[in-house]
Design a protein around this ligand. Structure first.
Ligand SMILES: [Zn+2]
Length: 281
């Protein structure tokens, strides 16, 4: 591993912590995040001065300062990159930045591929929450009893429905994300996710676990409602808005109970549409 590889890994890890911090702030406005902020400061202080100041400057403009090269484009801004730049990024002898958006670039070892064609309702004009999810992605009764089992059900379902190609890879990445800091918030809700996915839009499975499981929520909270999202890099900023909108809506007991008590996937879909209609256009 070159020194640059090491630096890239450090930046990716720092990036994950920064985004996790933003996620927590968006979903739990009163959360105490000292631990997370301490880790961010510690990791940041290890970086070479120049890299650190550039990284911090980028973060004031975008939620992500280091992005993968995907299909020969910068996953941050969508700019096409030259072959020679891509080769240099791959070799990682030094740090490279996108000539358009100035984000740091890295060459990913694994990338979740989206299936190119959405199988079902391609022509229907979608509005509101329906832009990110669909009746096929409602899972009214998750069965698993551990975080891993529940995530496996949702990742598998996303692959079956043709939203990603490799459900196992998706599960690995979702578990890696949970290992950084749990995506469970209060009120029995969690927002597990995988970021940096190639192509397509943001998509979301809504899974309900009637009894609830321990998912790392505060105290002894059991988690019952899972908003599992697959997030292409280009939609990161939007994702944080969606996250804060959903957590604001479902912090209220009534709409949350409507999800938990839904009997069929179709009821769950209706309850989701009803609750989000006003807030998500
Ligand atoms: Zn760019």
């Amino acid at each position: 591993m070159t020194a640059t590889h090491k630096l890239i890994n450090q930046l990716i890890q720092l990036q994950e912590l920064v985004v996790a911090n933003l996620q927590k702030k968006a979903s739990m406005p009163k959360a105490r995040l000292e631990e997370l902020e301490k880790s961010i400061a510690a990791l940041g202080s290890d970086l070479p001065q120049q890299v650190r100041s550039h990284f911090n400057r980028l973060l004031t403009k975008h939620p992500e300062a280091i992005v993968p090269v995907a299909n020969s484009i910068c996953a941050g801004c969508g700019m096409g990159l030259t072959k020679s730049l891509i080769n240099s990024v791959h070799k990682a002898e030094q740090m490279h930045r996108c000539p358009n958006c100035a984000r740091f670039l890295y060459y990913p070892e694994q990338l979740v591929e989206r299936e190119r064609v959405s199988r079902s309702y391609g022509e229907v004009r979608k509005t509101g929450i329906g832009r990110f999810t669909s009746p096929e992605l409602m899972m009214v009764s998750l069965k698993g009893s551990t975080p891993e089992e529940v995530l496996a059900e949702m990742c598998g379902h996303m692959a079956e429905e043709g939203f990603v190609e490799d459900g196992d890879l998706l599960l690995d990445l979702a578990l890696q994300r949970e290992a950084i800091v749990s995506t469970a918030v209060d009120n029995g809700i969690a927002f597990p996710h995988v970021r940096g996915v190639e192509g397509g839009g943001l998509s979301m499975v809504l899974g309900i676990h009637k009894k609830g499981i321990k998912f790392g929520g505060p105290g002894r909270t059991l988690t019952r409602v899972f908003f599992f999202m697959v997030i292409p890099t280009a939609t990161s900023a939007f994702y944080l808005k969606l996250l804060s909108g959903l957590s604001r809506i479902f912090r209220e007991k009534e709409p949350r109970e409507a999800l938990i008590t839904a009997k069929t996937d179709e009821d769950l879909w209706k309850a989701l549409i009803k609750a989000t209609k006003k807030m998500i256009k």
